[in-house]
Design a protein around this ligand. Sequence first.
Ligand code: COA
Length: 176
Amino acid sequence: MHTREAVLADAQAIYDLIGTYSGDGTLLPRRLPEICENIRDFVVAEKAGQIIGCGALHLYGPHLAEVRSIAVYPHHRGSGAGRQVVDALLREAERHRVSCVCLFTRIPEFFSRLGFSVAPREHLPDKVYKDCCNCPRLQSCDEVPMVRGQAPKFAILPRPFMAAQFPITIRPLEGE
Ligand SMILES: CC(C)(COP(=O)(O)OP(=O)(O)OC[C@H]1O[C@@H](n2cnc3c(N)ncnc32)[C@H](O)[C@@H]1OP(=O)(O)O)[C@@H](O)C(=O)NCCC(=O)NCCS
Protein backbone atom coordinates (compact mmCIF):
# COMPACT_ATOMS: atom_id res chain seq x y z
CA MET A 1 0.00 0.00 0.00
CA HIS A 2 1.21 3.52 -0.75
CA THR A 3 -0.18 7.05 -0.90
CA ARG A 4 0.03 9.43 -3.83
CA GLU A 5 -1.46 12.72 -4.99
CA ALA A 6 -4.83 12.20 -6.66
CA VAL A 7 -5.32 12.89 -10.37
CA LEU A 8 -8.54 13.73 -12.14
CA ALA A 9 -8.98 10.12 -13.24
CA ASP A 10 -9.37 9.22 -9.52
CA ALA A 11 -12.33 11.55 -8.98
CA GLN A 12 -15.05 8.92 -9.50
CA ALA A 13 -13.33 6.44 -7.16
CA ILE A 14 -12.96 9.16 -4.51
CA TYR A 15 -16.61 10.11 -4.95
CA ASP A 16 -17.66 6.46 -4.49
CA LEU A 17 -15.47 6.05 -1.39
CA ILE A 18 -16.77 9.21 0.30
CA GLY A 19 -20.31 8.14 -0.63
CA THR A 20 -19.79 4.96 1.42
CA TYR A 21 -19.70 7.14 4.54
CA SER A 22 -21.83 10.17 3.69
CA GLY A 23 -25.20 8.38 3.64
CA ASP A 24 -25.31 8.07 7.44
CA GLY A 25 -23.65 11.44 8.07
CA THR A 26 -20.24 10.02 9.04
CA LEU A 27 -18.67 12.21 6.34
CA LEU A 28 -19.95 15.35 4.67
CA PRO A 29 -21.15 14.50 1.16
CA ARG A 30 -18.98 15.81 -1.69
CA ARG A 31 -20.42 16.22 -5.18
CA LEU A 32 -18.48 14.83 -8.13
CA PRO A 33 -17.96 18.25 -9.79
CA GLU A 34 -16.68 19.60 -6.48
CA ILE A 35 -14.22 16.71 -6.17
CA CYS A 36 -13.04 17.29 -9.76
CA GLU A 37 -12.59 21.01 -9.13
CA ASN A 38 -10.60 20.36 -5.95
CA ILE A 39 -8.81 17.19 -7.05
CA ARG A 40 -5.41 18.77 -6.29
CA ASP A 41 -6.43 18.81 -2.60
CA PHE A 42 -6.70 15.02 -2.50
CA VAL A 43 -4.33 12.23 -1.60
CA VAL A 44 -5.27 8.59 -2.18
CA ALA A 45 -4.07 5.35 -0.62
CA GLU A 46 -3.67 2.65 -3.23
CA LYS A 47 -3.27 -1.09 -2.88
CA ALA A 48 -2.83 -3.45 -5.84
CA GLY A 49 -3.93 -0.67 -8.18
CA GLN A 50 -7.18 -0.03 -6.26
CA ILE A 51 -7.98 3.12 -4.29
CA ILE A 52 -8.70 2.04 -0.72
CA GLY A 53 -8.45 5.38 1.08
CA CYS A 54 -8.55 9.11 0.51
CA GLY A 55 -8.31 12.48 2.22
CA ALA A 56 -8.06 16.14 1.31
CA LEU A 57 -6.23 19.22 2.51
CA HIS A 58 -8.10 22.47 2.00
CA LEU A 59 -5.85 25.54 2.09
CA TYR A 60 -7.24 28.73 3.64
CA GLY A 61 -3.91 30.54 3.79
CA PRO A 62 -0.47 30.30 5.42
CA HIS A 63 -2.23 30.48 8.80
CA LEU A 64 -4.64 27.57 8.27
CA ALA A 65 -5.38 24.39 6.33
CA GLU A 66 -8.04 21.79 6.98
CA VAL A 67 -7.92 18.01 6.73
CA ARG A 68 -11.19 16.78 5.20
CA SER A 69 -12.89 13.72 3.72
CA ILE A 70 -10.67 11.11 5.37
CA ALA A 71 -11.97 7.66 4.48
CA VAL A 72 -10.76 4.08 4.16
CA TYR A 73 -12.99 1.29 2.83
CA PRO A 74 -14.37 -0.79 5.73
CA HIS A 75 -12.55 -4.01 4.70
CA HIS A 76 -9.20 -2.17 4.57
CA ARG A 77 -9.54 -0.42 7.92
CA GLY A 78 -6.95 -1.12 10.60
CA SER A 79 -4.03 -1.62 8.21
CA GLY A 80 -2.53 1.86 8.51
CA ALA A 81 -4.05 3.46 5.41
CA GLY A 82 -5.87 6.19 7.38
CA ARG A 83 -2.69 7.19 9.17
CA GLN A 84 -0.70 7.22 5.93
CA VAL A 85 -3.26 9.46 4.22
CA VAL A 86 -3.26 11.95 7.11
CA ASP A 87 0.57 11.88 7.26
CA ALA A 88 0.73 12.65 3.52
CA LEU A 89 -1.66 15.59 3.97
CA LEU A 90 0.41 16.89 6.88
CA ARG A 91 3.55 16.72 4.73
CA GLU A 92 1.71 18.73 2.10
CA ALA A 93 0.75 21.32 4.73
CA GLU A 94 4.40 21.49 5.80
CA ARG A 95 5.47 21.95 2.18
CA HIS A 96 3.20 25.00 2.04
CA ARG A 97 4.57 26.13 5.43
CA VAL A 98 1.06 26.28 6.89
CA SER A 99 1.26 27.04 10.60
CA CYS A 100 -1.96 25.30 11.71
CA VAL A 101 -3.87 22.29 10.38
CA CYS A 102 -7.41 21.87 11.68
CA LEU A 103 -10.24 19.39 11.32
CA PHE A 104 -13.68 18.68 12.75
CA THR A 105 -14.34 15.08 13.73
CA ARG A 106 -16.46 12.65 15.71
CA ILE A 107 -13.45 10.38 16.30
CA PRO A 108 -10.98 12.65 18.16
CA GLU A 109 -9.12 9.58 19.52
CA PHE A 110 -7.95 8.68 16.00
CA PHE A 111 -6.63 12.18 15.33
CA SER A 112 -5.06 12.69 18.76
CA ARG A 113 -2.81 9.72 17.91
CA LEU A 114 -1.67 11.78 14.90
CA GLY A 115 -0.72 14.87 16.92
CA PHE A 116 -3.99 16.82 16.91
CA SER A 117 -5.48 18.34 20.05
CA VAL A 118 -8.92 19.75 20.83
CA ALA A 119 -9.42 23.52 20.32
CA PRO A 120 -12.43 25.86 20.55
CA ARG A 121 -14.02 26.38 17.14
CA GLU A 122 -14.00 30.12 17.86
CA HIS A 123 -10.22 29.91 17.28
CA LEU A 124 -10.87 28.84 13.68
CA PRO A 125 -13.10 31.61 12.32
CA ASP A 126 -12.21 30.96 8.66
CA LYS A 127 -13.56 27.42 9.00
CA VAL A 128 -16.65 28.71 10.81
CA TYR A 129 -17.28 31.35 8.14
CA LYS A 130 -16.79 28.92 5.25
CA ASP A 131 -18.77 25.93 6.52
CA CYS A 132 -20.33 26.22 9.97
CA CYS A 133 -22.34 29.36 9.21
CA ASN A 134 -24.11 27.45 6.40
CA CYS A 135 -24.60 24.29 8.43
CA PRO A 136 -28.03 23.38 9.84
CA ARG A 137 -26.23 21.96 12.90
CA LEU A 138 -24.45 25.25 13.68
CA GLN A 139 -25.87 25.42 17.21
CA SER A 140 -25.96 21.67 17.83
CA CYS A 141 -22.66 20.55 16.30
CA ASP A 142 -21.50 17.14 17.53
CA GLU A 143 -18.07 17.34 15.88
CA VAL A 144 -14.92 18.06 17.86
CA PRO A 145 -12.66 20.81 16.48
CA MET A 146 -8.98 19.82 16.58
CA VAL A 147 -5.74 21.52 15.60
CA ARG A 148 -2.12 20.65 15.00
CA GLY A 149 -0.03 23.80 15.47
CA GLN A 150 -1.04 27.22 16.68
CA ALA A 151 -4.76 27.98 16.09
CA PRO A 152 -4.89 31.31 14.21
CA LYS A 153 -7.88 32.95 15.99
CA PHE A 154 -8.31 35.36 13.08
CA ALA A 155 -10.05 35.14 9.73
CA ILE A 156 -9.13 36.24 6.23
CA LEU A 157 -12.51 35.28 4.78
CA PRO A 158 -15.21 37.95 4.95
CA ARG A 159 -17.60 37.56 7.83
CA PRO A 160 -20.88 36.18 6.44
CA PHE A 161 -24.22 37.69 7.39
CA MET A 162 -25.10 34.54 9.38
CA ALA A 163 -22.07 35.08 11.62
CA ALA A 164 -23.86 37.96 13.32
CA GLN A 165 -25.88 35.28 15.12
CA PHE A 166 -22.72 33.41 16.08
CA PRO A 167 -20.46 35.63 18.15
CA ILE A 168 -16.77 35.07 17.46
CA THR A 169 -13.89 37.21 18.58
CA ILE A 170 -11.80 38.10 15.53
CA ARG A 171 -8.37 39.65 15.70
CA PRO A 172 -7.28 41.62 12.62
CA LEU A 173 -4.45 40.22 10.49
CA GLU A 174 -1.01 41.49 11.42
CA GLY A 175 -0.24 44.69 9.53
CA GLU A 176 -3.90 45.52 8.88
C1 COA B 1 -11.04 6.81 10.53
C2 COA B 1 -10.45 5.92 9.45
C3 COA B 1 -10.04 6.78 8.26
C4 COA B 1 -9.22 5.22 10.03
O1 COA B 1 -8.58 4.51 8.98
P1 COA B 1 -7.73 3.19 9.27
O2 COA B 1 -6.97 2.87 8.04
O3 COA B 1 -8.60 2.14 9.83
O4 COA B 1 -6.75 3.72 10.42
P2 COA B 1 -5.27 3.19 10.73
O5 COA B 1 -5.24 1.72 10.49
O6 COA B 1 -4.30 4.02 9.98
O7 COA B 1 -5.17 3.49 12.28
C5 COA B 1 -4.18 4.34 12.86
C6 COA B 1 -4.35 4.30 14.36
O8 COA B 1 -5.64 4.87 14.73
C7 COA B 1 -6.41 3.91 15.45
N1 COA B 1 -7.80 4.06 15.01
C8 COA B 1 -8.33 3.69 13.83
N2 COA B 1 -9.64 4.04 13.78
C9 COA B 1 -9.92 4.63 14.97
C10 COA B 1 -11.11 5.18 15.52
N3 COA B 1 -12.28 5.18 14.85
N4 COA B 1 -11.04 5.71 16.76
C11 COA B 1 -9.88 5.71 17.44
N5 COA B 1 -8.72 5.18 16.98
C12 COA B 1 -8.75 4.65 15.75
C13 COA B 1 -5.83 2.55 15.07
O9 COA B 1 -6.06 1.60 16.08
C14 COA B 1 -4.35 2.88 14.92
O10 COA B 1 -3.76 2.96 16.20
P3 COA B 1 -2.21 2.55 16.45
O11 COA B 1 -1.37 3.58 15.75
O12 COA B 1 -2.06 2.58 17.93
O13 COA B 1 -2.05 1.18 15.85
C15 COA B 1 -11.45 4.83 8.99
O14 COA B 1 -11.87 4.11 10.11
C16 COA B 1 -12.68 5.40 8.30
O15 COA B 1 -12.70 5.52 7.07
N6 COA B 1 -13.74 5.71 9.07
C17 COA B 1 -14.99 6.19 8.52
C18 COA B 1 -14.86 7.62 8.00
C19 COA B 1 -14.47 8.58 9.11
O16 COA B 1 -14.97 8.54 10.22
N7 COA B 1 -13.52 9.48 8.76
C20 COA B 1 -13.04 10.51 9.67
C21 COA B 1 -13.90 11.70 9.54
S1 COA B 1 -13.26 13.08 10.46
